[in-house]
Design a binder for this molecule. Structure first.
Ligand SMILES: C[S@@+](CC[C@H](N)C(=O)[O-])C[C@H]1O[C@@H](n2cnc3c(N)ncnc32)[C@H](O)[C@@H]1O
Length: 238
């Protein structure tokens, strides 16, 4: 056993286009002993694995960790703990381990929950987090529209519960980005209309992938539920 060399890398692999994976992530993927990726219990396909695959040697095992899409916090915590324990076990066995995640590892990522659990139960375990290009950075590039300039500010929100996070803001920033804009899209549209910024809003689905789709009038989402891989960028228009 080679205990000293065990380490966990939390790798962001970018939004989809394999060329948007960093050189650092590619080098690490090429050198680790095992790769883990998140899968929901409903869907075992991981887009992150597809992106990372060309950089993972054929003999390196790739394991899926199932994260329940549940509202039950105890069920979720049990999954985070059990995955954290598995990763900790591998690192203590001297393995170099990668946990890959779509986009950036530090932005609305399952890795974040596991990382917090590892810090809580085994703070001595070496962990190196490696950032990735986020979905909304890639979306801004696809839209050819800068996210923020000069003195502008930006708000990054989860749209999973709809538009209330935006409504709660007394002062609205220049740019608002909703990730997880697939479920309560109708309420997100209402919130953007209420704050007078629907005209400056665009939806980007499967950004940076060959199936990328840009929706310039996001009111269309009211009749056609967007894909899970959808975000909304909303710019204040003067
Ligand atoms: C759990 S969050 C993960 C965010 C990711 N860690 C990042 O840095 O972009 C999942 C949400 O990210 C957004 N997303 C991720 N990849 C995307 C893509 N290629 N195109 C559009 N939206 C994407 C969608 O809003 C999706 O519902």
């Amino acid at each position: 056993m080679t205990e000293e060399r065990g380490v966990l890398y939390g790798l962001g692999v970018g939004p989809g286009d394999p060329e948007l994976l960093t050189l650092k992530a590619a080098r690490i993927l090429n050198s680790v002993d095992i790769v883990y990726a998140a899968a929901s219990t409903k869907n075992s396909y991981s887009l992150a694995v597809g992106i990372a695959r060309p950089h993972i040697p054929d003999l390196t095992p790739v394991e899926m960790l199932h994260f329940p899409m549940s509202k039950d916090i105890e069920e979720k915590e049990a999954a985070w703990r059990s995955h954290a324990e598995r990763l900790i076990g591998d690192v203590r066995d001297g393995k170099r381990v990668a946990f890959i995640t779509l986009g950036d590892s530090m932005t609305y990522s399952t890795y974040g929950y596991v990382l917090k659990m590892i810090k809580r139960i085994a703070p001595e375990v070496p962990v190196i987090s490696v950032p990735g290009i986020t979905s909304y950075q890639a979306a801004a590039a696809s839209l050819n529209d800068p996210l923020v300039e000069g003195e502008e500010s930006m708000l990054l929100l989860s749209g999973a519960q709809g538009g209330d996070h935006l409504r709660a803001m007394a002062t609205k920033p220049d740019t608002v980005v909703f990730l997880k804009a697939y479920r309560n899209t109708g309420d997100i549209i209402d919130a953007l209309e209420e704050s007078g910024r629907i005209e400056g809003s665009a939806g980007v689905s499967r950004c940076s992938l060959p199936e990328e789709e840009i929706t310039h009038d996001i009111r269309e989402f009211a009749d056609r539920k967007p894909a899970y891989w959808t975000l909304i960028v909303s710019k204040k228009r003067s």
